[in-house]
Design a protein around this ligand. Structure first.
Ligand code: PGA
Length: 256
């Protein structure tokens, strides 16, 4: 079964307005066909409206977070319906930085996932283990629980609209990438969990990305594995040439 790859940049809290515009301008004309690979930039909320206006045919814009309620007295927050009304297409949910610093829990991840798909946004749902858990040998159990909690009360149709990102915390921003084997093994384990929650055909269809120090040097070996369907990329997504190289790596693999 062929799953269309996604290269999603996560800019985190980087770039000024002018830098953001310059990036979009530089990549727009160079990006390969969206029918072959989905290129996404998840930008800080303040840039979203302007970047959606500037996105070319082959680029889509995503948010880095959202609130699960459609509206309400939640000062400082942004809802999925607000994102959708500006033409945002994707939203990162449950990034480990939000889990670590902003009280994101498996329960709020679940509520946000449901809210996002109901708003017709594509959630990129992040899971991943700490170094302690990796060293204790319990990665797959921990990630399994994260997935089960994220997909609680999520029906098949909703599940099919989601994308998962496996991001080991110890690999994020550290330059210590998981080996292709480590990443692929855990992603396979995630696929098994999805198969148990739904069925094998759903598990075969859902796209699962790897994230954690992906760069222009290691992207080919990660994408050469059986189960990694693309990447969620922080640092290496900030430079237009580096982002383009990652997208082209996914493109080359697809058209082979
Ligand atoms: P990194 O970040 O590529 O800089 O490690 C990945 C992420 O946080 O999504």
């Amino acid at each position: 079964m062929s799953r269309k790859p996604i290269i999603a940049g996560n800019w985190k809290m980087y770039k000024t307005k002018d830098e953001a515009y310059a990036f979009i301008y530089a990549v727009n004309v160079e990006l390969p066909d969206r029918e072959v690979v989905e290129s996404v930039i998840c930008a800080p909320a303040i840039f979203l409206k302007d970047l959606v206006k500037r996105e070319g045919e082959n680029l889509r814009i995503g948010a880095q977070n959202m609130h699960y309620a459609q509206e309400g007295a939640f000062t400082g927050e942004i809802s999925g319906s607000m994102l959708k009304s500006y033409g945002v297409d994707y939203v990162v949910i449950g990034h480990s930085e939000r889990r670590a610093y902003f009280n994101e829990t498996d329960e709020t991840v679940n509520l946000k996932l449901i809210s996002a798909v109901n708003m017709d946004l594509t959630p990129i749902v992040c899971v991943g283990e700490s170094l302690e858990i990796r060293e204790a040998g319990t990665t797959n159990e921990v990630v399994k629980k994260q997935i089960e909690k994220a997909y609680l009360n999520v029906d098949v149709k909703q599940a099919l609209k989601t994308v998962i990102a496996y991001e080991p915390i110890w690999a994020i921003g550290t330059g210590k990438t998981a080996t292709p084997e480590q990443a692929n093994d855990t992603i396979k384990a995630i696929r098994d969990v999805i198969a148990k929650l739904y069925d094998q055909s759903i598990a075969d269809e859902i796209r699962i990305l790897y994230g954690g120090s992906v760069n222009t040097k290691n992207v080919d070996s990660l994408l050469a594995t059986s189960d990694i369907d693309g990447a969620l990329v922080g640092g290496a997504s900030l430079d237009p040439n580096s982002f383009l190289t990652l997208v082209r790596a996914a493109y080359k693999k697809e058209i082979k």
